[in-house]
Write a protein that binds this ligand. Structure first.
Ligand SMILES: [Zn+2]
Length: 89
């Protein structure tokens, strides 16, 4: 799991996601399934009680606190959805 502070943090992971083009499946708002080398990983994007945006993925890299491309792929969808939600609220 990592705390999302800015988009710069995601640059490398986004570049990798663009290259590998994983499938991102919408589960519900904040929960996504992303295809990886060994099947699907769950990515959870949420705000914690202190207001930090946290991203958790079930892959090995994310367990070590790395920003994985699954997270980046899910976040690009999540950010778009969050924007749309704010507009309708
Ligand atoms: Zn991952």
């Amino acid at each position: 799991m990592f705390i999302l502070k800015g988009i710069e943090q995601l640059e490398k992971a986004i570049a990798k996601a663009k290259k590998l083009r994983p499938r991102v499946e919408f589960d519900r708002f904040g929960r996504y399934s992303v295809s990886g080398s060994k099947g699907y990983y769950k990515v959870i994007c949420r705000k914690d009680e202190r207001g930090y945006k946290t991203v958790a993925c079930t892959c090995k890299g994310a367990e070590k606190g790395l920003v994985c491309y699954h997270s980046a792929a899910a976040l690009s969808l999540h950010i778009g959805l969050a924007r749309r939600q704010q507009q309708t609220a």
